[in-house]
Design a protein around this ligand. Sequence first.
Ligand SMILES: [Cu+2]
Length: 342
Amino acid sequence: MSTLLILLVLVLAAVVIGQIVRIFELSTAIKGVDENEITERDNDWQGLLMLLFMIGMLGSFIWMMFAYQDVVLPKAASAHGSDVDQLWDISMATILVMFFLTQPILFYFSYKYRGKASRKADFVSHNDKLELVWTVIPAIVLAGLILYGLSTWHQIMFEDPEEEPLVVEIYAKQFGWNARYAGSDNLLGYANVRNIAGVNILGVDDTDPNAMDDIVVGTEMHLPVNRPVVFRFRAQDVIHSAYLPHFRVQMNCVPGAVTQFKFTPTVTTAEMRTDDFVEQKVARVNDIRDGKGEEPYEFDYVLLCNKICGAAHYNMQMKVVVETEEEFNNWIKEQKTFAESI
Ligand SMILES: [Cu+2]
Protein backbone atom coordinates (compact mmCIF):
# COMPACT_ATOMS: atom_id res chain seq x y z
CA MET A 1 0.00 0.00 0.00
CA SER A 2 2.73 2.48 1.00
CA THR A 3 4.63 1.65 -2.23
CA LEU A 4 1.51 2.52 -4.21
CA LEU A 5 1.16 5.84 -2.35
CA ILE A 6 4.82 6.71 -2.98
CA LEU A 7 4.36 5.93 -6.70
CA LEU A 8 1.25 8.11 -6.81
CA VAL A 9 3.11 11.02 -5.14
CA LEU A 10 5.98 10.67 -7.65
CA VAL A 11 3.58 10.67 -10.63
CA LEU A 12 1.72 13.73 -9.27
CA ALA A 13 5.02 15.54 -8.60
CA ALA A 14 6.06 14.89 -12.23
CA VAL A 15 2.71 16.27 -13.48
CA VAL A 16 3.08 19.40 -11.28
CA ILE A 17 6.64 20.05 -12.54
CA GLY A 18 5.43 19.58 -16.13
CA GLN A 19 2.64 22.14 -15.58
CA ILE A 20 5.00 24.69 -13.97
CA VAL A 21 7.37 24.42 -16.94
CA ARG A 22 4.39 24.89 -19.30
CA ILE A 23 3.28 28.06 -17.43
CA PHE A 24 6.84 29.42 -17.59
CA GLU A 25 6.97 28.78 -21.37
CA LEU A 26 3.61 30.45 -21.95
CA SER A 27 4.50 33.51 -19.83
CA THR A 28 7.81 34.03 -21.71
CA ALA A 29 5.93 33.66 -25.03
CA ILE A 30 3.43 36.36 -23.93
CA LYS A 31 6.28 38.69 -22.91
CA GLY A 32 7.89 38.06 -26.28
CA VAL A 33 11.13 36.76 -24.73
CA ASP A 34 12.96 33.71 -26.17
CA GLU A 35 13.34 31.34 -23.18
CA ASN A 36 16.27 29.58 -24.86
CA GLU A 37 18.30 32.78 -24.89
CA ILE A 38 20.94 32.73 -22.12
CA THR A 39 21.45 36.15 -20.62
CA GLU A 40 24.49 37.60 -18.81
CA ARG A 41 22.47 37.44 -15.62
CA ASP A 42 21.92 33.67 -16.10
CA ASN A 43 25.66 33.14 -16.55
CA ASP A 44 26.52 35.22 -13.47
CA TRP A 45 24.07 33.18 -11.43
CA GLN A 46 25.46 29.85 -12.66
CA GLY A 47 29.02 31.02 -11.92
CA LEU A 48 28.08 32.09 -8.41
CA LEU A 49 26.26 28.78 -7.78
CA MET A 50 29.41 26.92 -8.86
CA LEU A 51 31.42 28.87 -6.25
CA LEU A 52 28.81 28.30 -3.53
CA PHE A 53 28.69 24.59 -4.35
CA MET A 54 32.49 24.39 -4.06
CA ILE A 55 32.47 26.07 -0.65
CA GLY A 56 29.62 23.85 0.59
CA MET A 57 31.17 20.63 -0.72
CA LEU A 58 34.72 21.27 0.53
CA GLY A 59 33.43 22.62 3.84
CA SER A 60 31.24 19.58 4.53
CA PHE A 61 34.04 17.27 3.37
CA ILE A 62 36.56 18.79 5.82
CA TRP A 63 33.94 18.77 8.59
CA MET A 64 33.22 15.06 8.01
CA MET A 65 36.93 14.19 8.02
CA PHE A 66 37.12 15.42 11.62
CA ALA A 67 33.59 14.60 12.81
CA TYR A 68 33.92 10.89 12.01
CA GLN A 69 37.42 10.43 13.50
CA ASP A 70 36.10 8.57 16.53
CA VAL A 71 33.98 5.97 14.72
CA VAL A 72 36.86 4.45 12.73
CA LEU A 73 38.49 1.14 13.65
CA PRO A 74 40.90 0.93 16.59
CA LYS A 75 44.59 0.05 16.11
CA ALA A 76 45.26 -3.15 14.15
CA ALA A 77 45.24 -6.35 16.22
CA SER A 78 47.35 -8.46 13.84
CA ALA A 79 50.99 -8.62 12.78
CA HIS A 80 50.34 -7.52 9.18
CA GLY A 81 47.63 -4.99 10.17
CA SER A 82 49.99 -2.01 10.39
CA ASP A 83 51.18 -2.69 6.78
CA VAL A 84 47.56 -2.57 5.58
CA ASP A 85 46.95 0.63 7.57
CA GLN A 86 50.06 2.25 6.10
CA LEU A 87 48.99 1.26 2.58
CA TRP A 88 45.58 2.79 3.28
CA ASP A 89 47.08 6.01 4.72
CA ILE A 90 49.43 6.53 1.76
CA SER A 91 46.66 5.85 -0.79
CA MET A 92 44.27 8.22 1.01
CA ALA A 93 46.92 10.95 1.35
CA THR A 94 47.63 10.77 -2.42
CA ILE A 95 43.90 10.91 -3.24
CA LEU A 96 43.30 13.81 -0.81
CA VAL A 97 46.17 15.90 -2.18
CA MET A 98 44.83 15.44 -5.73
CA PHE A 99 41.28 16.15 -4.57
CA PHE A 100 42.21 19.43 -2.85
CA LEU A 101 44.34 20.50 -5.85
CA THR A 102 41.89 19.73 -8.64
CA GLN A 103 38.39 20.39 -7.19
CA PRO A 104 38.84 24.06 -6.19
CA ILE A 105 40.46 24.74 -9.61
CA LEU A 106 37.56 23.00 -11.39
CA PHE A 107 34.87 25.05 -9.67
CA TYR A 108 36.80 28.34 -9.56
CA PHE A 109 37.51 28.18 -13.32
CA SER A 110 33.82 27.45 -13.99
CA TYR A 111 33.10 30.71 -12.15
CA LYS A 112 35.96 32.79 -13.54
CA TYR A 113 35.43 31.80 -17.17
CA ARG A 114 31.62 31.86 -17.13
CA GLY A 115 29.93 32.99 -20.34
CA LYS A 116 30.24 36.70 -21.26
CA ALA A 117 29.11 38.27 -24.50
CA SER A 118 32.30 40.37 -24.65
CA ARG A 119 34.61 37.37 -24.24
CA LYS A 120 35.55 34.89 -26.95
CA ALA A 121 36.98 31.43 -26.19
CA ASP A 122 40.34 30.46 -27.69
CA PHE A 123 40.25 27.63 -30.19
CA VAL A 124 42.77 24.95 -29.11
CA SER A 125 42.66 21.73 -31.15
CA HIS A 126 45.25 19.92 -29.01
CA ASN A 127 48.34 20.49 -26.86
CA ASP A 128 50.92 17.70 -26.89
CA LYS A 129 52.83 18.95 -23.86
CA LEU A 130 49.72 19.28 -21.69
CA GLU A 131 48.36 15.87 -22.72
CA LEU A 132 51.72 14.26 -21.98
CA VAL A 133 51.77 15.81 -18.49
CA TRP A 134 48.26 14.73 -17.52
CA THR A 135 48.83 11.20 -18.83
CA VAL A 136 52.37 10.52 -17.59
CA ILE A 137 52.03 11.91 -14.04
CA PRO A 138 48.88 9.91 -13.11
CA ALA A 139 50.39 6.82 -14.79
CA ILE A 140 53.55 7.06 -12.64
CA VAL A 141 51.60 7.73 -9.42
CA LEU A 142 49.13 4.89 -10.07
CA ALA A 143 51.87 2.43 -11.07
CA GLY A 144 53.72 3.32 -7.82
CA LEU A 145 50.58 2.77 -5.72
CA ILE A 146 49.78 -0.53 -7.45
CA LEU A 147 53.36 -1.86 -7.11
CA TYR A 148 53.40 -0.87 -3.43
CA GLY A 149 50.01 -2.57 -2.91
CA LEU A 150 51.16 -5.74 -4.68
CA SER A 151 54.35 -5.96 -2.62
CA THR A 152 52.35 -5.50 0.63
CA TRP A 153 49.89 -8.20 -0.48
CA HIS A 154 52.77 -10.51 -1.37
CA GLN A 155 54.36 -10.04 2.08
CA ILE A 156 51.05 -10.73 3.82
CA MET A 157 50.30 -13.86 1.78
CA PHE A 158 53.81 -15.31 1.96
CA GLU A 159 53.77 -18.66 3.75
CA ASP A 160 56.75 -19.75 5.77
CA PRO A 161 56.73 -23.58 5.70
CA GLU A 162 58.71 -23.72 8.97
CA GLU A 163 56.12 -21.74 10.90
CA GLU A 164 53.56 -24.52 11.67
CA PRO A 165 50.50 -22.29 11.95
CA LEU A 166 47.28 -23.31 13.65
CA VAL A 167 44.85 -24.55 10.96
CA VAL A 168 41.22 -23.40 11.19
CA GLU A 169 38.44 -23.76 8.65
CA ILE A 170 35.79 -21.06 8.46
CA TYR A 171 32.53 -22.29 6.99
CA ALA A 172 29.92 -19.81 5.74
CA LYS A 173 26.28 -20.46 5.04
CA GLN A 174 23.03 -18.49 4.95
CA PHE A 175 23.10 -17.15 7.68
CA GLY A 176 25.86 -18.05 10.06
CA TRP A 177 29.43 -19.19 10.58
CA ASN A 178 31.10 -22.33 11.85
CA ALA A 179 34.76 -22.82 12.64
CA ARG A 180 36.55 -26.17 12.43
CA TYR A 181 39.88 -26.62 14.22
CA ALA A 182 42.24 -29.20 12.75
CA GLY A 183 42.72 -30.90 16.14
CA SER A 184 45.84 -32.53 17.61
CA ASP A 185 47.23 -33.64 14.19
CA ASN A 186 46.73 -30.04 12.87
CA LEU A 187 45.30 -31.56 9.65
CA LEU A 188 41.76 -30.84 8.53
CA GLY A 189 39.79 -33.89 7.41
CA TYR A 190 38.32 -33.90 3.91
CA ALA A 191 34.88 -32.33 3.66
CA ASN A 192 32.30 -32.03 0.92
CA VAL A 193 28.84 -30.51 0.76
CA ARG A 194 27.46 -33.93 -0.34
CA ASN A 195 28.35 -35.40 3.09
CA ILE A 196 26.13 -32.97 4.99
CA ALA A 197 23.66 -35.00 7.08
CA GLY A 198 22.23 -34.66 10.59
CA VAL A 199 24.79 -33.27 13.05
CA ASN A 200 27.51 -33.33 10.37
CA ILE A 201 26.65 -29.80 9.28
CA LEU A 202 29.98 -29.12 7.54
CA GLY A 203 29.96 -32.30 5.43
CA VAL A 204 33.11 -33.72 7.02
CA ASP A 205 34.11 -37.11 5.54
CA ASP A 206 33.73 -39.66 8.39
CA THR A 207 35.99 -42.17 6.60
CA ASP A 208 38.97 -39.78 6.67
CA PRO A 209 41.21 -40.50 9.72
CA ASN A 210 42.39 -36.85 9.76
CA ALA A 211 38.82 -35.76 10.42
CA MET A 212 38.31 -37.66 13.69
CA ASP A 213 40.07 -35.13 15.95
CA ASP A 214 38.65 -32.06 14.12
CA ILE A 215 36.66 -29.74 16.38
CA VAL A 216 33.60 -27.91 15.03
CA VAL A 217 32.34 -24.85 16.93
CA GLY A 218 29.40 -22.60 16.19
CA THR A 219 28.95 -19.71 18.60
CA GLU A 220 32.44 -18.34 19.19
CA MET A 221 35.93 -18.84 17.84
CA HIS A 222 39.00 -18.70 20.06
CA LEU A 223 42.54 -17.91 18.87
CA PRO A 224 45.84 -17.97 20.78
CA VAL A 225 47.74 -14.66 20.73
CA ASN A 226 51.01 -14.36 18.75
CA ARG A 227 50.58 -17.68 16.94
CA PRO A 228 50.10 -17.63 13.15
CA VAL A 229 46.71 -19.00 12.09
CA VAL A 230 45.86 -20.26 8.60
CA PHE A 231 42.21 -19.88 7.77
CA ARG A 232 40.70 -21.99 5.01
CA PHE A 233 37.35 -20.66 3.89
CA ARG A 234 34.45 -22.61 2.41
CA ALA A 235 30.84 -21.67 1.64
CA GLN A 236 27.77 -23.86 1.42
CA ASP A 237 25.37 -21.86 -0.73
CA VAL A 238 26.33 -18.45 -2.12
CA ILE A 239 29.45 -16.25 -2.05
CA HIS A 240 30.05 -14.83 1.42
CA SER A 241 32.96 -12.73 2.58
CA ALA A 242 34.77 -13.38 5.85
CA TYR A 243 35.61 -9.96 7.29
CA LEU A 244 37.65 -9.58 10.48
CA PRO A 245 37.95 -5.78 10.58
CA HIS A 246 40.11 -5.49 13.72
CA PHE A 247 42.70 -7.82 12.18
CA ARG A 248 42.48 -6.10 8.75
CA VAL A 249 41.46 -9.38 7.12
CA GLN A 250 38.91 -10.04 4.41
CA MET A 251 38.55 -13.04 2.12
CA ASN A 252 35.71 -14.27 -0.08
CA CYS A 253 34.13 -17.63 0.77
CA VAL A 254 33.20 -19.27 -2.54
CA PRO A 255 31.02 -22.40 -2.92
CA GLY A 256 33.06 -25.22 -4.48
CA ALA A 257 36.45 -23.62 -3.76
CA VAL A 258 38.74 -23.25 -0.76
CA THR A 259 40.26 -19.80 -0.23
CA GLN A 260 42.81 -19.02 2.43
CA PHE A 261 44.33 -16.26 4.56
CA LYS A 262 47.03 -16.44 7.21
CA PHE A 263 47.55 -13.91 9.98
CA THR A 264 48.89 -13.61 13.51
CA PRO A 265 46.66 -12.00 16.17
CA THR A 266 48.87 -9.79 18.37
CA VAL A 267 46.45 -8.21 20.87
CA THR A 268 44.25 -10.27 23.20
CA THR A 269 40.58 -9.39 23.70
CA ALA A 270 41.36 -8.38 27.31
CA GLU A 271 44.18 -6.04 26.19
CA MET A 272 42.01 -4.45 23.46
CA ARG A 273 39.25 -3.77 26.01
CA THR A 274 41.67 -1.56 27.99
CA ASP A 275 42.84 0.39 24.91
CA ASP A 276 41.97 4.12 25.33
CA PHE A 277 40.31 4.48 21.94
CA VAL A 278 38.22 1.31 22.44
CA GLU A 279 37.23 2.34 25.98
CA GLN A 280 35.97 5.73 24.76
CA LYS A 281 34.10 4.11 21.88
CA VAL A 282 32.45 1.54 24.17
CA ALA A 283 31.50 4.32 26.63
CA ARG A 284 29.77 6.25 23.82
CA VAL A 285 27.92 3.12 22.64
CA ASN A 286 26.82 2.40 26.21
CA ASP A 287 25.55 5.96 26.68
CA ILE A 288 23.24 5.43 23.71
CA ARG A 289 22.22 1.95 24.91
CA ASP A 290 21.57 3.31 28.40
CA GLY A 291 19.24 5.95 26.93
CA LYS A 292 17.24 3.17 25.28
CA GLY A 293 17.23 1.07 28.46
CA GLU A 294 19.43 -1.62 26.89
CA GLU A 295 22.12 -3.80 28.49
CA PRO A 296 25.68 -2.38 28.36
CA TYR A 297 27.94 -3.67 25.57
CA GLU A 298 31.42 -5.07 26.02
CA PHE A 299 34.05 -4.97 23.28
CA ASP A 300 34.66 -8.19 21.34
CA TYR A 301 36.39 -8.99 18.09
CA VAL A 302 33.94 -10.11 15.41
CA LEU A 303 33.85 -12.12 12.23
CA LEU A 304 31.32 -10.54 9.87
CA CYS A 305 29.98 -11.31 6.42
CA ASN A 306 30.87 -8.54 3.97
CA LYS A 307 28.87 -9.71 0.94
CA ILE A 308 25.16 -9.00 0.78
CA CYS A 309 24.28 -12.69 0.68
CA GLY A 310 20.54 -12.65 1.40
CA ALA A 311 17.78 -11.33 3.65
CA ALA A 312 19.49 -12.07 7.01
CA HIS A 313 23.03 -11.14 5.85
CA TYR A 314 23.22 -8.40 8.51
CA ASN A 315 22.88 -11.04 11.20
CA MET A 316 25.87 -13.09 10.05
CA GLN A 317 28.48 -12.63 12.73
CA MET A 318 30.58 -14.67 15.13
CA LYS A 319 32.41 -13.62 18.27
CA VAL A 320 36.20 -14.02 18.12
CA VAL A 321 38.18 -14.35 21.36
CA VAL A 322 41.95 -13.81 21.32
CA GLU A 323 43.56 -15.13 24.50
CA THR A 324 46.81 -16.51 25.91
CA GLU A 325 48.09 -19.88 24.71
CA GLU A 326 47.16 -21.40 28.09
CA GLU A 327 43.59 -20.06 28.05
CA PHE A 328 43.22 -21.26 24.46
CA ASN A 329 44.43 -24.77 25.33
CA ASN A 330 41.95 -24.97 28.23
CA TRP A 331 39.10 -23.86 25.97
CA ILE A 332 39.91 -26.25 23.12
CA LYS A 333 40.16 -29.19 25.57
CA GLU A 334 36.52 -28.63 26.54
CA GLN A 335 35.26 -28.82 22.94
CA LYS A 336 33.95 -32.04 21.42
CA THR A 337 35.91 -33.66 18.59
CA PHE A 338 34.16 -34.76 15.39
CA ALA A 339 34.47 -38.43 16.48
CA GLU A 340 32.74 -37.63 19.80
CA SER A 341 29.91 -35.69 18.19
CA ILE A 342 28.76 -38.20 15.54
CU1 LIG B 1 27.04 -13.97 4.08
